[in-house]
Ligand binder design. Structure first.
Ligand SMILES: CC(C)(COP(=O)(O)OP(=O)(O)OC[C@H]1O[C@@H](n2cnc3c(N)ncnc32)[C@H](O)[C@@H]1OP(=O)(O)O)[C@@H](O)C(=O)NCCC(=O)NCCS
Length: 198
């Protein structure tokens, strides 16, 4: 069985088409190409990360960290590559970056109906802290606010993976391909031109 190389790394300009594909696929709507390029070009507060499989972008997420608080506005994996650990790898990388940037807590919103994502976040230590009624449109849904807190700040990431990491990944491990997320996010907190929120 052929093995493919999984790489989780900071996004670069060449990843933009792949990022657009992932975001459109997962959420239906995206930022403009230029908005992603601007994010990739560099804000000291934001880290956009991609998961590449043999060089092809199959997942995308980002984290913004201001002061001691970090926020994850988006995380998605192509349906054909879900439930193989890629979402976890991306999330681990974002959390490691947030730690390194000095965050003491990470917050995000997720649709109440999004059981897969809620389970993923719970596995990584997030807890539900609030419900935002009617937060999402198309279709309407409430948001669960989830939070992960670290007791002390860290200057070093707790886990490897904040930077490029490689792993052998077997396509045979894909249990099944699921349909694209039925519920595009785009919560009101995310004001970036219909961009996906969590
Ligand atoms: C949420 C998402 C990013 C998870 O990515 P993924 O690569 O499939 O996640 P992983 O394979 O790393 O799974 C990690 C954990 O998430 C949970 N999970 C993932 N898919 C699940 C599913 N269909 N049902 C229940 N739990 C699921 C499980 O707890 C899993 O751990 P396990 O394999 O030990 O059971 C992916 O489903 C996705 O892109 N969904 C559409 C976009 C989206 O909703 N993004 C999040 C917005 S808040």
């Amino acid at each position: 069985m052929a093995e493919e190389l999984l790489q989780v790394a900071r996004a670069v300009a060449d990843d933009v088409e792949g990022i657009l594909l992932v975001e459109r696929h997962c959420f239906g709507r995206t930022w403009t190409r230029q908005q992603y390029l601007t994010e990739i070009a560099g804000s000291p507060h934001t880290y956009p990360a991609v998961a590449r499989l043999d060089g092809r972008v199959v997942g995308f997420g980002s984290v913004t960290c201001i002061g001691e608080q970090a926020y994850i506005p988006t995380l998605g994996v192509l349906a054909t590559h879900r439930q193989c650990g890629i979402g976890s790898r991306l999330l681990q990388a974002l959390l490691a970056v947030a730690r390194r940037m000095g965050a003491r807590e990470v917050v995000l919103e997720v649709r109440v109906c999004n059981a897969a994502a809620r389970r993923l976040y719970e596995q990584h230590g997030f807890e539900q802290v609030a419900i935002r009624r009617d937060y999402y449109e198309e279709p309407p849904d409430d948001a669960v606010v989830m939070r992960l807190a670290w007791e002390e700040s860290a200057t070093e990431p707790r886990s490897a993976g904040a930077e490029t990491c490689h792993a052998q990944w077997s396509p045979g491990a894909v249990p099944h391909a699921t349909a694209p997320a039925a519920s595009p996010p785009g919560g009101p907190a995310d004001q970036r031109d219909g961009a996906p929120g969590l």
